[in-house]
Design a protein around this ligand. Structure first.
Ligand code: URA
Length: 267
């Protein structure tokens, strides 16, 4: 509840959550008093944890084993602050949309905290779903090449994530309600990571973060801002793999533009 209030600054965040307000504290206390969890728990992740406990209780009658580490949630409760670990925990236990029923592994994101660049893709594919990591299939290897060409690397100065953290069946586009459910995770990741620049790859993330309902061809070529962070738009690596002749050279122009913006930090 408190975290929601704090995050209420974000238009997108409140848009998503305002309608379904978290319960008032007295109710949450009553809920907590029926569980084995301490009453002072007060974060959004604790609330989701309670929801999933109730889901277990109602659907199975017992608490299912989970592979996520509940300790991560405790860290957030003790400090009262948001963290990438807390977000990853919430993503792993999230059941807000139907993708949670078909995913193998949710994919919160990976890379350096305080990165130079945050890359935002669309949604995990089959390999990402199997490994729980973003951009690890063919498109991911190609993306790593692009990043390497301008001095970026997910192990040293870049963070990679997607708008939607669970794989849509048959790799279809995420539905608007799926993006809406997942967007608060991305907003919180951006808040915490504070990247020097954002690179959106593909239509879904580019439209969402620029607010433009245009194709990449019309959007690319200028620098946008997402909450004061410069944002660069380019094609999705899968699209470029499918049509190198058309997209390779514009992508290279986009990457050079990003490199030029980062030149003082990349030395
Ligand atoms: N495509 C995406 O948009 N994201 C991934 O993580 C993998 C493929």
């Amino acid at each position: 509840e408190q975290t929601l209030r704090r995050k209420g600054r974000s238009g997108i965040f409140s848009l998503h959550h305002e309608k379904e307000k978290m319960p008032e504290r007295p109710f949450l206390r009553r809920v907590c008093s029926f569980t084995r969890y301490p009453m002072e728990r007060n974060s959004v992740s604790d609330f989701y944890r309670l929801l999933s406990l109730y889901e277990d209780y109602l659907s199975y009658g017992y608490e299912r084993e989970r592979d996520d580490d509940p300790g991560l949630s405790v860290v957030q409760t003790q400090t009262g602050e948001d963290s990438l670990d807390a977000i990853a925990f919430e993503v792993r236990s999230c059941r807000l949309c139907r993708l949670s029923a078909t995913r193998k592994q949710p994919v919160p994101g990976m890379g350096k905290s305080s990165p130079l660049v945050l890359v935002v893709g669309e949604a995990p594919g089959a390999e990402e779903d199997a490994e729980g990591l973003p951009f690890v299939g063919a498109a991911g290897k190609y993306l790593d090449k692009w990043l390497g060409a301008i001095g970026l690397d997910r192990n040293t100065n870049t963070y990679i994530t997607n708008v939607v953290k669970c794989r849509p069946p048959q790799n279809r586009d995420p539905l608007p309600e799926e993006s809406a459910c997942c967007l608060p995770f991305l907003v919180r990741q951006i808040d915490l990571l504070k990247p020097k620049a954002i690179l959106t790859v593909g239509r879904i993330s580019s439209q969402l973060l620029t607010g433009q309902a245009l194709g990449i061809g019309q959007m690319r070529g200028r620098i946008y801002r997402y909450r004061d962070i410069p944002l660069f738009v380019t094609y999705h690596p899968s699209a470029v793999l499918r049509n190198q002749a058309e997209y390779r050279s514009p992508v290279w122009e986009d990457l050079k533009r990003l490199k030029e913006y980062l030149k003082d930090d990349l030395r």
